[in-house]
Design a protein around this ligand. Structure first.
Ligand code: TRP
Ligand code: SF4
Length: 341
């Protein structure tokens, strides 16, 4: 009792890359000590878009289970501890679907049509005929958060509009039915390093751009990807002076080799360091940092029953809370109780 609740979810687009690890997971791992945390893999949200190619969606569900499993393995390997937080699959808590239905009655269409993420998704995935479910994406996200009465939602800037809509919907519910069922949900914006893609410091690491290093990549794959990283194009020979600020390798030295980053900068700028050696040094630091996660991953992959148990236990804990919330919601809306009359 008394601890504030944190809720967050991730779409099962496949295993995590360094952007997800540094931008979300490491933060979640810290939060689990101070808050009552609910972390879920949003398999229903994966069905809001058609998918195709390697992307899972309602027209392409073949890989959905595998993608969910990969994320679960990554989360636990990266340090989410089922003894401290609830880790589960969205669709294992059917109360969330019921809450989504009830919220859909009180969500003004205008809120959904104005949602910038909706427009972005329709454009970037070139969706010709967006579905009812896609338009309702934020309502489902609100149900994810409010089924557990989430106080805080640790997400990036791109998700802020969804969290604001969640808060507005919760407050709309409270005022319509005159009961304080839902808290005032807030985004928990935490400083996280900017994680560029392999192809340029101004590009974001993302699954869809293919410019990522996956947590599940081997050390050899990591070395090869670092070799392919975009560096300073005017630094051709080893002793040419370079410009670290435009170089992806340097951006990662700043994350994985922080104590030596200023030395790297100095040597790059004065022509005292070649890119080949610079990349090899980064690869060693990055592989060293990722080694424990990768080992834990391998261990879990060899023992999938453990993952199943963790996700079931997480769903059980989550469903207890959600069931309690739904009782309050049904009562507030004056829906008849089973067995009454
Ligand atoms: N929309 C989020 C994303 O794309 C994923 C998500 C679904 C989520 N439900 C959530 C995030 C609830 C936080 C809380 O990243
Ligand atoms: Fe980038 Fe390192 Fe080459 Fe400088 S020496 S341009 S920091 S890879």
């Amino acid at each position: 009792m008394g601890r504030k609740r944190v809720t967050s979810g991730m779409r099962p687009t496949g295993g995590m890359h360094l952007g997800n690890l540094l931008g979300a997971l490491e933060n979640w791992v810290r939060l689990q000590d101070d808050y009552d945390c609910f972390f879920f893999i949003v398999d229903w949200h994966a069905l809001t878009t058609p998918g195709g190619g390697t992307a899972v969606g309602y027209e392409n569900v073949g890989d959905l289970r595998n993608r969910v499993r990969e994320i679960a393995v990554d989360w636990i390997a990266a340090g989410l501890d089922p003894g401290k937080c609830s880790i589960f699959i969205q669709s294992h808590v059917p109360e969330v679907a019921e809450l989504h239905l009830l919220f859909s009655m009180i969500t003004p269409l205008g809120w959904l049509e104005r949602n910038p993420a909706y427009r972005d998704m329709v454009q970037s995935y070139r969706i010709e005929s967006p579905s009812y479910g896609l338009l309702g994406y934020p309502t489902l996200q609100a149900a994810d958060i409010l089924a557990y009465k989430g106080d805080y939602v640790p997400v990036g800037k791109d998700q802020e509009a969804h969290v604001n809509m969640t808060r507005d919907l919760g407050q709309r519910f409270n005022s319509l039915y005159g009961k304080k069922v839902f808290p005032i949900t807030e985004t928990l914006l935490t400083p996280v390093p900017r994680v560029p893609g392999l192809d340029g410091v101004d590009r974001k690491m993302s699954k869809s751009s293919g410019n990522y290093i996956a947590v599940s990549d081997s050390s050899e794959e990591t070395v090869a990807k670092i070799r392919s990283m975009y560096t300073d194009p005017v630094k051709i020979r080893k002793d040419d002076p370079g410009h670290p600020d435009g170089c992806v390798v340097f951006a990662f030295h700043n994350i994985y080799n922080k104590p030596e980053a200023s030395i790297v900068r100095g040597e790059c700028e004065n022509g005292g360091r070649g890119c080949v050696a610079c990349k090899a040094q980064l690869a060693a630091a990055m592989n060293g940092a990722l080694m424990p996660i990768r080992e834990k991953r391998r261990e879990l992959e060899g023992n999938p029953a453990v993952i199943g148990e963790i996700l079931s236990a997480g769903a059980l804990k989550a469903e207890k809370i959600a069931a309690e919330t739904l009782r309050e919601v049904r009562d507030a809306m004056n829906l008849p109780r089973r067995g009454d009359f």
